[in-house]
Write a protein that binds this ligand. Sequence first.
Ligand SMILES: [Ca+2]
Length: 371
Amino acid sequence: MAPINLPAFFTAVFALAVAAHPVWANAQIGIEKNAAAKANGKATGSPAGALYAWREDAMRFAADLAERRDLDPAWASAQLGQAVLLPRIPKLVLPPAVGTPKNWRVYKSRFIDPVRIGAGAAFWRTHREALTQAEKEYGVPAQIIVGIIGVETIYGRDTGNFRVIDALATLSFDFPIAHPRAAERQAFFRSELEQFLTLHHRAGSDPLAVRGSYAGAMGLPQFMPSSWVKYAVDFDADGKVDLFTSPVDAIGSVANYLKAFGWQTGMPTHYPVAFDAQKLDKDALLLPDILPTFSVASFAAKGAVLEGAALSHSGPLALVELQNGQDAASYVAGTENFYVITRYNWSSYYAMAVIELGREVAAAVNRSSGN
Ligand SMILES: [Ca+2]
């Protein structure tokens, strides 16, 4: 790991930061404006926002993590010190207001449209070999991998334009206390920030150059730093893991992630379900939420009616409810593989969008190849 060459300007700012703070109070006015411009997606090209170098909690965290992870402490505080508070981000992580009805049709329309399907078909044709290889190695069907990368970033078109270090620092040190699980989420983001800095220290790469989502997710598959460390693979075998510019690494990494969370080869994600009004105990069926809990027989006893291949399904099932605003909800019988997709993003709406986008893209690919 080469020592960091800080620009003289920053070294001076940083020296001020560890000294007293009166200067800082005056400087903050300009800083707020700068950070706001950045949050609007306009890079200012200047690091002089609301720098975490001024924040005692952040600098203490940098020192502690350097010790825990055996990193150069000067490097850790210099990197984190250049992170900027982005005031827009805390608002983005707040859950929707209580009583806001979920709407599967609206959600679906955001992710399943001709542009995304067309981009998916092109991605599939270009990377057919890697998708086939991933399916062979990890047992995860191409259409699930294609569904995830499409929903996440439209196949790399939209990987996020926030500096990851700014996003992670903001959510680590300025997480909104109005969030119902603020302490837990803040701890999560601190752990991600720690992994992010450690990853770059070990690789000798520049953490300040990395861009991603407002939550710090990176690359084509939008991996958080901890997932990058645990599940990313060098699937194109060029000697490095690169989820930003190697779609093949992204394909292998998504498949590896799902496999690690228990993907079972050949198992469908879900089955259609109907209800027998005489026997229906919907409360009992919905109680475990999306965690597969019911055998086919206990499903039937509670009034959930399956047919065809579903009747010989051997694993547990969940009744997945997708609300449609004021209209009647949609339901499917989710398998353990449906649940695995929700480990990528903890939402049944997300999982269903991935599955349906993948299916649409597969159909488009088959149509164009004359099958
Ligand atoms: Ca690679």
